[in-house]
Write a protein that binds this ligand. Structure first.
Ligand SMILES: [Zn+2]
Length: 203
């Protein structure tokens, strides 16, 4: 997905994974009307756009590819390997554990937890961190649009306990039989432990 990904990563793009071809051929002139996610209409996307693109496939197929197949995990590992260049610490993401989808007790939305160990390339600080990811299905209507909220926590990096990275993935019909994929992100400072520490100092 990034511009540095190179040919090996591009070969794993959804359009090459046997997903969209039939839809494109059969979809001319009778495709689905364009749709727009509610968060888009209400201006509730996150501040940074990580990805905005269109795939020649349906939202359902893109969703399944991104969230219910091994493709993304493989993509992340391959991408990591490419970034590692020839250095000795070119370690792949490893120890991936993933739960099944189940309804959240709070929101009733389907959620899933994933954790893995990710190597870090910084000259200072830890050489790796555990990553905890929660995927939550905010809205899922294959005929309209799909919104997924992903929260990533990295407890082993400095101040890792007080922030998380929120990522919103919105899939909607882009006209014809294609799907617009919009991924927006922002850092969320939960700050609980920091605020707690500060209040101790002030009191
Ligand atoms: Zn949206």
């Amino acid at each position: 997905m990034s511009s540095t990904s190179g040919d090996r990563t591009r070969s794993r793009a959804p359009s090459d994974a046997g997903v969209g071809t039939a839809m494109v051929v059969g979809g001319v002139g009778k495709g689905h009307a364009k749709t727009e996610c509610a968060c888009g209409k209400e201006g509730k996307h996150f501040s940074e756009t990580a990805l905005s693109t269109t795939f020649p496939s349906t939202p359902e197929k893109v969703y399944n590819l991104m969230f219910n197949s091994g493709w993304l995990k493989e993509f992340m590992s391959e991408d990591q390997k490419l970034k590692g260049e020839s250095s000795f610490d070119a370690v792949l993401i490893r120890d991936i554990e993933q739960s099944d989808w189940k309804p959240s007790e709070e929101t009733k939305n389907l959620t899933r937890g994933t954790s893995y160990i990710k190597p870090l390339n910084g000259s200072i600080g830890p050489k790796q961190t555990k990553c905890h990811i929660i995927d939550e299905q905010i809205h899922c209507d294959y005929d309209d649009y799909i919104v997924m909220l992903t929260t990533t926590r990295t407890p082993d990096v400095p101040s890792g306990g007080v922030f998380s990275v929120k990522t919103k993935t919105c899939l909607m019909w882009a006209g014809g039989s294609s799907t617009k994929v919009l991924v927006t992100t922002q850092v969320d400072w939960t700050g609980k432990s920091w605020v707690k520490g500060l209040s101790c100092v002030l009191i």
